[in-house]
Write a protein that binds this ligand. Structure first.
Ligand code: ATP
Ligand code: MG
Length: 443
């Protein structure tokens, strides 16, 4: 079916209480990419008499001439009615009007939120109460930024853009809906969202307008009222953004970085040379930010942010190894480095490139031409065999000797157990404590 036919057959639900304009031509790519399941969900709401609009990030993508992969809906229908109309719907945040709608078949789900007015903000994060209503105009007014306060009526092919979101989007301007200070004071999470939205990926950076720029500095204390989980979530998105370095610069200059990572001595300049992208970038960028801060402070700030243990360990490992590249001319060092770092190798190199791009490039090249270890990366010598050869009972000392031999195997690229046996013959393992025997580790 041609794109426009799909929309011509969509039932029109309740109309908006504000004027709309015809959808601009630039929306065609987005329209053609809308999944049938979304249209079906919207049709079902409209057939039941509700008004229904696409809102949020999806409309931002539409304005930018992109297809969207995530769609938020706004509707006049109340949450309990949505739950009754869609048996597989999930009550995601019913108190605030949000239900995740799913059809009988398929895995797609769409977050639909009942039109609302937020009554009173007392805790600096969530309104005390929300009033469900039928006014799209009021619902758009409670949204954070002009580019996020647009709605699309698909059946009528209308765009509702009461605050000039399209124009701001074209100009690359991030502007609060209404008074910036007021809006950030209602909900401190908007501060984090503002920095996140400034990073437009390949399209570069959005600049906050003057009012928002100063409100970000003046209202930053509001962040202390926001839950750590939400801050952590936004911070990860910022760190994995294509222009993370520029955003971190701004966070630093505005003084927000100091609130997020208290007591860290952050050198943001390093960030501009960090080549990590996507989810890999979160630990790598944090490790670079943590490079001049002691382990304990790094630990406590990340723990306060509710970063998971795995993330904490990754950051500490990367940070501990910073500035300890192997020599590019030493195959033994390169082999040991490769095995000791394992899955963290790439991430570490992204960090090292920020400190010394040339040395890192040389190591990278040497690693590319380094053949795989002849006997793989695991120890050739097992505990039983080592017990037979040495008479050492299973325990700490035997374990340390096995680890020592493993290191020699990797450094020398030994191929057989017999090679390891002969290396053993050269070791002085009979006497002295075993605590400081070498093992596979870096540095
Ligand atoms: P994305 O989904 O790409 O991260 P989004 O803008 O869709 O971006 P969501 O968190 O999905 O963000 O929220 C959907 C919409 O809800 C936003 O576009 C905005 O209009 C509104 N919104 C979300 N969080 C807030 C908030 N803290 N304050 C005001 N409005 C908000
Ligand atoms: Mg969204």
């Amino acid at each position: 079916m041609a794109a426009d036919e799909r929309f011509a057959s969509l039932p029109a639900g309740a109309a908006a209480d504000l004027a709309g304009e015809p959808l601009p031509q630039s929306f065609d790519v987005w329209l053609a990419g809308l999944p049938d399941s979304l249209l079906e969900v919207m049709a079902r709401l409209a057939e039941a008499g509700a008004g229904v609009w696409v809102v949020g990030g999806s409309v931002r993508d539409a304005c930018a001439g992109l297809t969207a992969h995530d769609h938020d809906l706004a509707t006049t229908m109340r949450p309990d009615q949505m739950l009754a109309l869609f048996p597989r719907a999930l009550p995601t945040g019913v108190r605030f009007g949000t239900v995740s709608l799913r059809l009988e078949e398929g895995n797609e789900q769409y977050e639909a939120t009942t039109l609302r007015t937020d009554l009173e903000y007392r805790d600096g994060r969530r309104p005390e109460e929300v009033d469900f209503g039928d006014s799209l105009a009021q619902d758009l007014r409670r949204r954070d930024f002009t580019v996020n306060a647009m709605a699309v009526d698909l059946a009528r092919q209308h765009l509702h853009d009461p605050f000039g979101g399209q124009e701001d989007l074209e100009a690359g301007c991030l502007r609060a809906v209404g008074d910036a200070r007021e809006r950030l004071s209602e909900d401190g999470l908007r501060i984090m969202r503002a920095y996140r939205f400034m990073d437009r990926g390949d399209a570069g950076l959005w600049q906050p307008d003057e009012a928002l720029a100063s409100a970000l500095v003046e209202c930053q204390r509001m962040l202390t009222l926001v839950s750590s989980e939400r801050i952590w979530h936004e911070l990860q998105l910022i760190l994995s953004g294509a222009n993370a370095a520029a955003i971190l610069d701004r966070l630093g200059v505005d003084g927000v970085l100091g609130l997020l990572l208290p007591e860290w001595t952050c050198d943001v300049d390093l960030q501009h040379r960090c080549s990590a992208t996507g989810s890999e970038a979160v630990a790598a960028r944090l490790a670079l930010l943590a490079s001049a801060t002691d382990r304990g402070r790094v630990e406590s700030a990340l723990r306060d942010l509710t970063a998971p243990r795995k993330m904490l360990d990754a950051v500490q490992e990367l940070r501990r190894r910073l500035g300890t590249l192997p020599q590019a001319t030493s195959s033994a060092q390169l082999r040991l480095y490769r095995v000791a770092l394992g899955a963290r190798l790439e991430q570490q190199l992204h960090c090292e490139a920020s400190l010394d791009a040339d040395a890192t490039a040389a190591v990278r090249e040497a690693l590319t031409s380094l053949p795989a270890n002849q006997a793989g990366d695991l120890p050739l010598m097992d505990g039983n065999r080592l017990f037979e050869s040495t008479g050492l009972e299973p325990g700490e000392r035997l374990g340390r000797l096995k680890a020592w031999l493993h290191r020699i195997q990797i450094e020398q690229d030994l191929a057989t157990v017999a090679d390891v046996e002969s290396a053993l013959a050269d070791l002085d393992w009979q006497d002295g404590p075993s605590d400081d025997w070498p093992r596979v580790s870096w540095p």
